[in-house]
Design a protein around this ligand. Structure first.
Ligand SMILES: Cc1ncc(COP(=O)(O)O)c(C=O)c1O
Length: 380
């Protein structure tokens, strides 16, 4: 019975072009889908350091942070992150997904109201779903709509505004300056998800710094170590009291094993590298702008938002998978992003640039899109 149900569901996904497969990309395929914006995930500096240090590191943490899994290397990583983000304290957690779901659930009660951007990442959506607070979804990056909703939905205790710093599927930047202005006006706490801003915006420190703002006790900055940092794990930065509270209440760390010391070592070394080498950030953004401008000149409707993420919205799922397959035939991998990851009728190619992409690879990308435009779009 179960297998029959699963088979039908899978067949349905195939029919509507929403069937997904994991792919192992062969070496020769150029990857324009990775979140390794700064080219750190394979860097030889950290690999060599790890080889030298490996005999001093445990392979696993052995337990959750509150039992015996909290190690010196994690403490050091937290100190470096807090220092970088200019906050009093930081907690490192298993992943961005665990950070968002755990954070929202830990902080909110049924007396609170949570205001969440409609295009926030699924981990925020799931955190909001787990929370007992009243949920209010505001239009994407729409400050007027947010203010309208803040006025209409006062809380009995606390209000929270939660937003991606850089929106993962669009590549645009949240209007954090105005969000914080509204938060101060209406007495709300702001949670910023810097998954895609860490290492990129505000000299790598994140969205707040991009707008020339500084951390305060009513701003919580979350970020991942899995994207520009090229490792795995996530962090939440704020006051000492916030971290103390999360250590005591966040279910996704209390009931989950701490990250391996090896992983934290990689995060620490990559983060230090990212701080030491600001040119990585500068070059990836130049590459992103260059690709966007060239695709626009060909005729594609694409925008550079000041981030390494370029979103080419194609509409129908079938069109996105067709483009993906055609690109692959030409040695380029760009995943087709389809609902429910993005809203209905906005299936797209999410093109991401990396510091490591060479000039030849980028020219090949542009040439292939040029050919596809002439073959497909110009005949529509
Ligand atoms: C905005 C955003 N937040 C959180 C996450 C989850 O992070 P992680 O992959 O570390 O679980 C992602 C990426 O997957 C993301 O894009």
């Amino acid at each position: 019975m179960l297998m029959q149900i699963l088979k039908e569901k899978l067949n349905y996904l195939r029919q509507i072009d929403r069937y997904r497969e994991r792919v192992i990309l062969p070496e020769h395929i150029i990857d324009f889908s990775s979140n390794d914006y700064l080219g750190l995930k394979d860097n030889s500096y950290t690999k060599e350091k790890l080889c030298k240090e490996i005999s001093n590191l445990s392979l696993g943490s052995g337990a959750s942070q509150l039992v015996s899994g909290y190690k010196e290397i994690q403490k050091e990583l937290e100190e470096v992150i807090a220092n970088f983000k200019e906050t009093e304290d930081c907690i490192v957690v298993g992943s961005g997904y665990l950070a968002n779901t755990g954070l929202v659930q830990a902080l909110t009660t049924e007396e609170d109201v949570l205001f969440s951007d409609e295009l926030n990442h699924a981990s925020i959506i799931d955190g909001v779903r787990l929370s007992k607070a009243k949920k209010v979804i505001y239009k994407h990056n729409d400050i007027n709509d947010l203010e309208d909703k803040l006025k209409k939905n006062p809380s009995k205790r606390l209000s929270f505004i939660i937003t991606d710093g850089v929106f993962s599927m669009e590549g645009d930047i949240a209007n954090v300056k105005d969000i914080i202005f509204l938060a101060e006006k209406y007495g709300a706490v702001v949670i910023i998800d810097d998954a895609h801003s860490t290492g990129i915006l505000g000299e790598g420190k994140g969205t707040l710094f991009h707008f020339g703002l500084k951390p305060s006790e009513n701003i919580i900055q979350m970020g991942t170590l899995s994207k520009a940092v090229g490792s795995y794990g996530a962090f939440i930065c704020g006051t000492k009291m916030l971290v103390e509270y999360l250590v005591n209440t966040m279910r996704t760390t209390i009931f989950s094993t701490a990250l391996s010391p090896i992983q934290n070592f990689i995060s620490l070394e990559n983060l230090k590298l990212l701080i030491r080498e600001p040119e990585r950030r500068k070059y990836v953004l130049e590459k992103s702008r260059y690709v966007a401008e060239n695709l626009r000149n060909i005729g594609y409707n694409i925008h550079f938002h000041g981030t390494p993420i370029l979103s080419l919205v194609l509409g129908e799922d079938r069109k996105a998978t067709f483009f993906r397959d055609k690109l692959l035939e030409n040695g380029i991998f760009i995943q087709a992003i389809r609902p429910p990851t993005v809203p209905e009728d906005t299936a797209r190619l999410r093109i991401t640039l990396s510091f490591n992409h060479t000039k030849d690879q980028i020219e090949k990308l542009i040439k292939t899109f040029d050919n596809l435009y002439r073959e497909v779009i110009s005949h529509e």
